[in-house]
Design a protein around this ligand. Structure first.
Ligand code: NAP
Length: 289
């Protein structure tokens, strides 16, 4: 596993395992299997509804002697809140209690909406108390990230954003490098959209090294210096996705992949009114539960 050093000196595994859209009933097994396969970064979120089971999978792996807590890098995320500071503090405590953990390695503001400044003060205070080692943001566009860094004394260690062959975001990465905020890619496979796993350019590159499309995509992100989160419930794919540290893409391969960029999200734009409306509805649903 390769590790990157964040702007606070903490080390972060460059490849991680995400549990979004894994059914709670399957999550503990998936997390245990991922750790057994060699993943050390585990990414969940309060809104995924599987924090408890993620914690169970982690505990099972520790109990089995596969790994120590210190060897793992566990992330969760704060969903949008109507009354941020107190609620954010309570939500961090709730995530820790639900997962059965004494600390998290990374805690992120999940979406760029609402009183992100109030929420940030709660994250900074949790970091000072040692409840979370690193803190960050997610789904912030570069302009918003720059404003956020400019208006806060403590800057985020990480911004978790969509990056995949259809939405490569080189320009965004350049801005994040300038501000020393680590880019972490969600949906590196674009969840398979636009037939990603059958793309002939990616297939042809993979054939040269006897590697799959998934492996080529993850390797491309490693070589760009981006942290990548892959998700699979299938043990053979978990193993496939982590076997990316024994080959190297050439400049020509990288250029061929760069040419695939559509420069548009494979999912949605966080500034689109209908999308913001959807998130506001989702916030109200989670607040009333
Ligand atoms: N911050 C955010 O707003 C945000 C948003 C989305 C995701 N995330 C994080 O990023 C993680 C990854 O994103 P994602 O799960 O949305 O999408 P993804 O990793 O791009 O794609 C996952 C899909 O690809 C399939 N797959 C995985 N490896 C494969 C392989 N080697 N060959 C063929 N198919 C393969 C999986 O199917 P099987 O499971 O059937 O193998 C699954 O359907 C999430 O789990 C979550 O932790 C964060």
């Amino acid at each position: 596993m390769n590790y990157l050093t964040l702007n606070n000196g903490e080390k972060m595994p460059q490849l991680g395992f995400g549990v979004y859209q894994i059914e709670p009933t399957q999550t503990a097994d998936a997390v245990y299997e991922a750790i057994k396969t060699g993943y050390r970064l585990i990414d969940t979120a309060a809104v995924y509804g599987n924090e408890r089971e993620t914690g169970e999978g982690i505990q099972r792996a520790i109990d089995a002697g596969l790994v120590t807590r210190r060897e793992l890098f566990v992330t969760s995320k704060l969903f949008i809140l109507q009354a941020p500071f107190d609620r954010a503090q309570a939500t961090i405590a709730h995530s820790l209690a639900t997962m059965g953990l004494e600390y998290l390695d990374l805690y992120l503001i999940h979406q760029p909406y609402g009183d992100i400044y109030g929420a940030w003060r709660a994250l900074v205070s949790a970091q000072k108390e040692g409840l979370v080692n690193s803190i960050g943001i997610s789904n912030f566009k570069s302009a918003k990230m720059i404003e956020f860094v400019g208006l806060n004394q403590v800057k985020p260690q990480v911004n978790q954003i969509e990056v995949n062959p259809w939405y490569q975001r080189q320009h965004d990465q350049d801005w994040h490098q300038k501000y020393d905020v680590q880019v972490e890619a969600w949906a590196p496979f674009a969840e398979g959209r636009q037939d990603l796993f059958k793309n002939p350019v990616l297939q042809e590159i993979g054939n040269q090294y006897h590697k799959s499309v998934g492996q080529v995509v993850l390797r491309w992100l490693m070589q760009r210096g981006i942290v990548a989160l892959a998700k699979s419930t299938k043990p053979e794919r978990m193993a496939e996705n982590i076997a990316i540290f024994d080959f190297e893409l050439t400049k020509t391969d990288m250029a061929h992949i760069a040419a695939l960029d559509l420069n548009e999200s494979a999912f949605f734009d966080h500034d689109a009114p209908e999308q913001v409306e959807w998130f506001m509805q989702r916030m109200q649903d989670t607040e009333s539960n």
